[in-house]
Write a new protein. Structure first.
Length: 466
């Protein structure tokens, strides 16, 4: 079997890339070692920047319908409610940033939504496909599966998790640290006797660790997170979880009526030495592993795919030079390193969940793809996320939606003729934009900004867009 791009792993990262490639007309095969999608809630927080990405990929309505706002934390002490705890610093929506709070959707449901969108676009996931061998040359990648099947592709993506087989086959190292040596259990359960209006927090007692029980929006489940003394092996069975709940809360063991999924882990932070080897790219947990604190891992992973998708499309469909793909690691590895540090600080209580964890401030000002040519730039610079707003009655996020570039001609600037494939929005400058020309990349970042169009056609030529 031959394809343009082989995507190894059908988690949020692999599915997001599959969607982005499918809407660009790039043939992609998404393969998954397991026989079904991941069944647990694990990454349950969708950050505002990822909500914007999901808007562009065509799944935002389904994500919003499937989830809800995070509940207020309720501290319990000796079987009584002892006070509330706000998990996040609140921020009001604005025209420039319509999504300002994390949206709770259990990971299994997010993956179902992404898979449905992939299939709507004509793609599919091939389950039960375990990669056991990988070779490449100047023309493509050859993957061998445990079944004996062979797939060849022009490029491949390793999106197969923190224990990535593909990363190991490539010989790429991953350096990091244990953020917390304390074993942690996470489980999806059904519980009676707790309301669904609060995130229930039970502080550690003598000899016991922290326990939190959070209602999962859009479901009847709760996510249970429990910490244990160092060296303990958590019991992942229904009876084991019942014992923990009975020991650390006012609930009886039989209050836990059903166990749907369970796992244990030691929070760690790790970053791959490289995000690329030849024609194979690393993304998601295969490239960076986070503490779950702050809800950064899944979101950073989806945005890896979103960054890579348009570049693969430019090379495979628009005639861009393959050197464009070098910018994937140049842009995403520094972002991943910064977000890893943030996740670790949140885990250790050194910073709160707030502006930084929303990921709206992440950008690429130092990228080799960024060109700022204005003599006096305003607060919004080339490399920054392009904010929402309204120009002459047109909502900008509506104009950006799709796999295309967008030119904003704001103020009295003369608009160059860039061809029908690049929509132009003209009108007064809204919000933080200021007058000038702004070329917005397919992933919603300002790639080029100028007072005039001088140099703009040459800039676009790098992407097969002359």
């Amino acid at each position: 079997m031959d394809t343009d791009v082989l995507v190894v792993g059908a988690g949020p990262t692999g599915l997001a890339l599959g969607i982005d490639l499918a809407r660009r007309g790039v043939a992609a095969l998404v393969v998954e070692r397991a026989e079904a999608l991941f069944p647990g809630s694990r990454g349950k927080g969708i950050q505002p920047r990822t909500m914007e990405v999901f808007d562009d990929l065509g799944v935002l309505d389904a994500i919003r319908a499937a989830g809800g706002r995070y509940p207020v934390g309720m501290i319990w002490q000796d079987g009584r409610r002892a006070g509330e705890h706000r998990m996040f610093d609140a921020a009001e929506p604005t025209e420039e940033a319509p999504y300002t709070e994390p949206w709770m959707v259990p990971q299994w449901r997010t993956q179902q939504i992404l898979r449905a969108r992939l299939e709507e676009l004509g793609g599919e996931v091939a389950f039960g496909r375990e990669v056991v061998g990988l070779t490449q040359d100047e023309n493509g990648v050859r993957a061998e599966f445990a079944s004996g099947e062979v797939v060849t592709a022009r490029y491949a993506l390793a999106a197969d998790g923190g224990r990535s087989t593909v990363r190991r086959l490539l010989g790429i190292g991953m350096a990091g640290e244990t953020v917390d040596p304390i074993p942690t259990l996470v489980a999806d359960v059904r519980i009676s006797g707790l309301d669904r209006d609060n995130w229930h927090v039970f502080p550690p007692g003598e000899g016991d660790g922290f326990l939190a029980i959070c209602p999962l929006s859009g479901t009847e489940d709760f996510q249970l997170v429990a910490q244990f003394p160092e060296g303990t092996a958590p019991d992942l069975s229904l009876e084991g979880i019942r014992k923990v709940v009975a020991a650390r809360t006012h609930l009886a063991p039989e209050s836990v009526t059903e166990l749907r999924w369970a796992s244990d882990f030691r929070p760690r932070a790790a970053l791959a030495d490289r995000f690329r080897s030849g024609r194979v790219f690393l993304a998601g947990d295969a490239a960076h592993v986070h503490s779950p604190a702050g809800g950064q891992g899944l979101n950073t992973s989806v945005q890896d795919a979103y960054n890579l998708g348009w570049k693969l499309g430019a090379v495979l469909r628009d005639g861009a030079d393959a050197a464009l793909l070098d910018s994937y690691e140049e842009e995403r590895r520094p972002v991943a390193a910064d977000v890893l540090g943030l996740s670790t600080r949140v885990h250790r209580g050194e910073t709160r969940r707030g502006e930084a964890t929303r990921q709206l401030g992440l950008g690429y000002r130092q990228s080799p793809l960024t060109r700022e040519t204005r003599t006096t730039p305003g607060p919004l610079r080339a490399g920054d996320r392009a904010p929402d707003g309204t120009v002459a009655g047109v909502r900008l996020f509506d104009a950006f939606r799709g796999p295309h570039w967008t030119l904003l001609a704001l103020g009295d600037e003369q608009t160059p003729d860039l061809g029908a494939r690049i929509p132009v929005v003209r009108g007064p400058a809204p919000g933080t934009y200021g007058p000038g020309l702004y070329l917005v990349r397919p992933d919603g970042y300002v790639g080029w900004a100028g007072d005039t169009a001088a140099g703009l056609p040459d800039y676009l030529a790098r992407f097969g867009r002359r």
